[in-house]
Design a protein around this ligand. Structure first.
Ligand code: OAD
Length: 266
């Protein structure tokens, strides 16, 4: 409920609603923070348990995979198990509802995510993934796609097979790897082009649950700003991003349903 927020935050939500209600084109970038309320830890939270001594930057690289593919696979299998039973939260649901509503109100709402989970899809959104897909695999040498393993396949015993034994590509014998964009690798061309176009041409850019530290995704808000867009940030720990016009310093699962309720009833 809007009335439960602090007065200063209510004023910012009202400002954001006004801006969004009259914006023909909105571009939204989500990061790990939007899935935090679904129970998926963010990258810059301390990792727990088995992986607490590792940083994402030390595991999510082609060099780490070349050095120790079993270790990298174990981390991804752990992450797959962690994510497998997670469900969209009210922030994912609100975004899907907004996109649905936008079809009839002729507002363009482009949703881009850095997340490799599929919670936006589960909520019913149309989403562009910049960093790949946690459930996909491809050959580390010839790039042959091995997408046939469904999300469910990794829920149970078959999850372990990757930990115990590396799987080789049937074409070139290279090791199969997760289909994720690792540090130092290029983003998928089509996804990045669509994201750049949406950011450059939007009236309002919303950054939700991202530390805005990882490039090139973090460039998108700058591109939007350079082209005259207003920038809204939703994050309980606002980033030091100086180009933000409206800061909504609360959890995405609190702000997004309120915002979307206001926008869709106008
Ligand atoms: P980070 O882990 O860097 O940042 C998560 C952000 O979410 C932080 O700024 C938190 O304050 C914020 N946050 C936490 N809970 C939130 C909530 N309930 N609502 C809203 N915000 C919340 O995650 P990303 O910015 O997504 O890349 O990280 C970018 C990339 O770095 C990831 O895609 C990943 C990682 O290494 C690859 O895997 C290639």
């Amino acid at each position: 409920m809007l009335a439960e927020l602090l007065p200063a935050l209510i004023a910012e939500v009202e400002l954001a609603t006004k801006l969004l209600a009259s914006a023909p084109r909105v571009c939204i970038l989500t990061g790990a923070g939007i899935s935090a309320e679904s129970g998926i830890p963010t990258f810059r939270d301390n990792q727990t348990g088995l992986w607490e001594n590792y940083r994402a930057e030390d595991l999510a690289t082609p060099e780490a995979f070349a050095r120790d593919p079993e270790l990298v696979w174990s981390w991804y299998q752990w992450r797959r198990q962690l994510v497998a039973d997670k469900k969209p939260n009210p922030a994912h649901d609100a975004l899907a509802q907004w996109q649905y509503h936008a079809q009839s109100s002729h507002q363009q709402v482009t949703l881009i995510t850095q997340n490799v989970d599929d919670l936006h899809e589960q909520a019913g959104s149309d989403v562009i993934h910049l960093h790949g897909n946690l459930w996909g695999n491809r050959c580390s040498q010839c790039d042959t796609s091995y997408q046939n393993q469904s999300r469910r396949t990794f829920d149970s015993a078959s999850t372990l097979s990757f930990d115990e034994e590396l799987i080789n590509c049937s074409r070139c014998d290279g090791y199969i790897r997760p289909d994720i964009v690792w540090f130092g690798e290029a983003l998928p061309v089509q996804a990045w082009q669509t994201a750049e176009e949406a950011a450059a041409n939007c009236d309002v850019f919303i950054s939700i649950g991202t530390s805005s530290l990882v490039y090139p995704a973090a460039e998108l808000s700058q591109l939007a700003k350079q082209n005259g867009a207003k920038i809204i940030e939703i994050n309980p720990s606002p980033t030091p991003n100086t180009i933000v016009d409206i800061t909504l310093a609360e959890k995405a699962g609190v702000i997004m349903p309120l915002l979307v309720e206001q926008i869709t009833k106008l």
